[in-house]
Design a protein around this ligand. Structure first.
Ligand code: NAP
Ligand code: MG
Length: 493
């Protein structure tokens, strides 16, 4: 890590890419309109970014379709695509500080996280998918006789990707790496709060050798550019990460247009179950991490803590100490462990939940919005206890550093409370009893169950939800399923 002074100096000298990236070049939006990109930790404008709309999406889709049809990328061998994507991973690593600074400035998360998690993570995900793509074999069906029935994996064509602002570079990477590795072309719409890192990524992809038109990035607003992509008749598949409400809109857009495939990774309200036989110090440390990491702006944040009644007071005390040790401040300072909310509007939304929480539960620590420097987009790390099963703060996704603690007396009660949610993205279980670990994780409705840790995640394992947390999986070999169709070619002799 560099020093606070070095990061401030580098941030001041940073160059921003602000156009729509179409057909391998930055261009203004056709309307000429722009929107400001704000640093939420200061409230100051970083730059004005092209505001792409339906016409720009159309241009980008035409560019992506042309590239797909002429085979400049789709026609390359997996090994050739691998080389380009490995080079992209290298370029991300070579430009790691700049990449990290872009996400820190644009969405307010600590530089220690963008330098150690987001930017190296993006390189790792590109590398993993690149290395996997020339190790996947097609199949031959057991027809018997001399017939050959091949089951081949083919790219879908043009992928539309719409992503959120909480991990701007990584959420885009989770879509781009498998989509590009399998030979598709992509039109990406980043969140309006955080377009800057993926615009730089597009430029690096070109430098790595990705042909023009294969990756297009259209910054803009959801109702406008996002909807146009969702409704476009020449987009074959729409992959989305974001809120459950907007995810449902993409299903509607597809149904009302060309029935494109839609894959959704949406919200969560993930439970963290701590049994009395757990290692309580470790469980407390990771429970705090599970809710306070990335300001709690994590889809799989462990926002509901379910504790056995015999250890409740002890856990509440440990968590209070951990919450009060969080260092809020300028995200450019390597000592900062919690930055700003993504914008003042989101801070207001979280603040409204704090008010509701105070009416329906007991505040252990925090509970207020705060001003640091020139920005009021900060929320104190907050813990509520004695939260009723039907409380708003236990039902709704807050997407901030707000933990709701409930207690249980039996395993059956813990499981029933954990599953009492419209979401099913992730869950955690803390116990030293292997039998309990297996029976409880079997019973939880969640895409990922972490045992004696939180948010277990790797490029090797699929990530995604059940129930209204969505469907389809990012990461792992299984992520390729979303970007390919199975095609049967039967040769009769
Ligand atoms: P969001 O409001 O749903 O926005 C996500 C994306 O959809 C943004 O690019 C947004 O554009 C666009 N969008 C908004 N309204 C739209 C519309 N009417 N039509 C088409 N596109 C539209 O979510 P967010 O606030 O950015 O992110 C937070 C949410 O993401 C949380 O619910 C979180 O749980 C979820 N999330 C899920 C995962 C996962 O893997 N399951 C991972 C991370 C985050 P604008 O920026 O212009 O609004
Ligand atoms: Mg911003």
């Amino acid at each position: 890590m560099l020093s606070y002074t070095d990061y401030k100096t580098k941030a001041a000298a940073l160059e921003f890419r602000t156009g729509c990236w179409i057909d391998g070049a930055f261009v203004p939006s056709l309307s000429g309109e722009t929107f400001p990109s704000i640093n939420p930790a200061t409230g100051h404008k970083l730059c004005d970014v092209a505001k792409g709309g339906a016409a720009d999406i159309d241009r980008a889709v035409i560019s992506a379709r042309t590239a797909f049809e002429d085979g400049r990328w789709s026609g390359k061998t997996p090994a050739e695509r691998k080389e380009v994507l490995l080079k992209l991973a290298d370029l991300i690593r070579e430009n790691l500080t700049e990449m990290a600074l872009l996400d820190t400035l644009d969405m307010g998360k600590p530089i220690s996280e963008t330098v150690n998690v987001d930017a190296p993570g993006s390189a790792m995900f590109f590398q993993w998918h690149a290395e996997a793509i020339d190790k996947l074999y097609d199949e031959v069906a057991p027809t018997g006789g001399r017939d050959i029935a091949m089951i081949r994996r083919v790219p879908l064509g043009v992928i539309g990707a719409v992503v959120p602002w909480n991990f701007p570079l990584d959420m885009a990477t989770w879509k781009l790496a498998p989509a590009l590795a399998t030979g598709n072309s992509v039109v990406l719409k980043p969140a309006e709060q955080s377009p800057l890192s993926v615009l730089f990524l597009a430029e690096l992809a070109k430098e790595a050798g990705l042909p023009d038109g294969v990756l297009n990035v259209v910054p803009g607003f959801g109702e406008d550019a996002g909807q146009a992509l969702g409704r476009h008749n020449d987009v074959d598949c729409l992959v989305f990460t974001g809120s459950t409400n907007v995810g449902k809109m993409f299903q509607r857009y597809a149904g009302e247009s060309n029935m494109k495939q839609v894959w959704l990774e949406t919200g969560g309200k993930s439970p963290n179950l701590i049994f009395a036989d757990a290692d309580l110090d470790q469980a407390a440390d990771m429970a705090a991490f599970g809710i306070f990491f990335n300001q709690g702006e994590v889809c799989s944040a462990n926002s509901r803590l379910l504790v056995h009644e015999s250890i409740k007071d002890e856990m509440v005390a440990k968590l209070k100490t951990l919450a009060e040790a969080v260092v809020q401040g300028d995200p450019l300072d390597p000592a900062t462990t919690m930055g700003a909310m993504v914008d003042a509007e989101h801070a207001s939304r979280v603040e409204a939940y704090l008010k509701k929480g105070k009416a329906e539960a007991t505040v252990v620590t925090g509970g207020a919005r705060c001003t640091i420097g020139t920005s009021d987009a900060f929320i104190q790390p907050t813990i509520f206890t004695d939260v009723a099963a039907d409380a708003t703060i236990v039902k709704e996704e807050i997407f901030g550093p707000v933990l709701a603690i409930q207690s249980f007396s039996t395993d059956e009660e813990a499981i029933a409370m954990a599953n009492d949610s419209i979401y099913g993205l992730a869950a955690s279980v803390w116990t030293s009893d292997l039998t309990r670990a297996m029976s409880v994780s079997d019973a939880l409705n969640a895409g990922t169950v972490s045992v004696n840790t939180v948010d277990a995640l790797s490029p090797m394992t699929p990530f995604g939800g059940m129930k209204q947390s969505g469907f389809g999986r990012d990461l792992s070999i299984h992520s390729f399923d979303k970007y390919t169709a199975l095609k049967t070619v039967w040769i009769k002799f």
